[in-house]
Design a protein around this ligand. Structure first.
Ligand SMILES: O=C(O)CCC(=O)C(=O)O
Ligand SMILES: [Fe+2]
Length: 259
């Protein structure tokens, strides 16, 4: 287990953090077998699978997918940005095959958020009535991802930026040295803030990209009007059940995940 103080420092500094070897090869193989059993169409038109809300998404594929909801190695890191009380807002998986192109750089919070009202080249003050962070993603690698293959990409530190991303970088991210693709071998978890400017790089790997994204919000925030449904075929722990609660005031109307 890595030093928590170092993880805290890196997550704050970069806006993302990779924790390697959270899952052992057997655990990764089990998740991949359950994935294979779904017999999804091969990746092409869509890169997404198993999405929720609108049901439980891939949580219905078996207990190993539910065990990741509150994995003991990621909970203390999520706590740094979300506090004691947070909820599962949505989830989906991403799969890609060689030759599939990149996505757009974006952020759901921060100066780059589509609803922020920030103007290119102008210093943006975050209004007090708007939440500008408090939304975290845990992206689990089921196959190797990184600079040699592709996958998640981001501009480290951009979650703290008060300026919109310059159009030149937005239009040609592959030409900008600012954008990195973190090394995230199978079994690792990439934790990132949705305020970070990030995206999907083109996929070069000969193997299929497979990544599971679990997205968590502070307890009193909801990104969507509908909720992820718990799976009907796996009994959740009482801590996991908390993640499915309606948004509400931390501690008073929403229990701590750490007691
Ligand atoms: O892992 C990726 O490809 C990035 C996905 C993404 O941008 C997101 O889930 O918000
Ligand atoms: Fe995103």
């Amino acid at each position: 287990m890595e030093d928590l103080e170092i993880q805290q420092y890196l997550l704050d500094l970069q806006g993302y953090l990779v924790v390697e070897n959270v899952l052992n090869p057997d655990e990764v193989a089990t998740l991949n077998e359950l994935f294979d059993q779904q017999k999804l169409p091969s990746p092409g038109k869509t890169q997404r699978f198993g999405s929720a809300p609108d049901g439980p998404g891939f949580l219905q594929w078996g207990k190993p997918f539910c065990d990741l909801l509150d994995h003991p190695q990621i909970m203390p890191v999520l706590r740094f940005r979300l506090g004691d009380c947070f909820r599962l807002d949505r989830l989906y998986g991403m799969y890609m095959k060689a030759g599939m192109g990149r996505g757009r750089l974006h952020a759901d919070y921060g100066a780059m958020s589509p609803i922020s009202g920030s103007v290119p080249g102008k210093y943006f003050n975050f209004p007090k009535h708007e939440i500008t962070d408090g939304f975290m993603v845990v992206a689990w690698s089921l196959t190797d991802a990184g600079p040699d293959h592709g996958g998640f990409c981001c501009i480290p530190g951009s979650h703290k930026s008060n300026y919109r991303l310059p159009k030149k970088i937005f239009d040609a991210p592959e030409k900008s040295p600012l954008i990195i693709i973190p090394q995230a071998p199978a079994g690792s978890a990439i934790l990132f803030s949705e305020a970070l400017t990030h995206g999907t790089s083109a996929w070069y790997g000969k193997h299929e990209r497979r990544s599971l994204l679990y997205k968590y919000c502070v307890a009193h925030t909801a990104w969507r009007p509908n909720r992820v449904q718990p799976p009907t075929n796996t009994e959740l722990t009482s801590r996991q059940e908390i993640l499915f609660r309606e948004p509400a005031e931390p501690h008073r109307h929403f229990p701590s995940l750490f007691e």
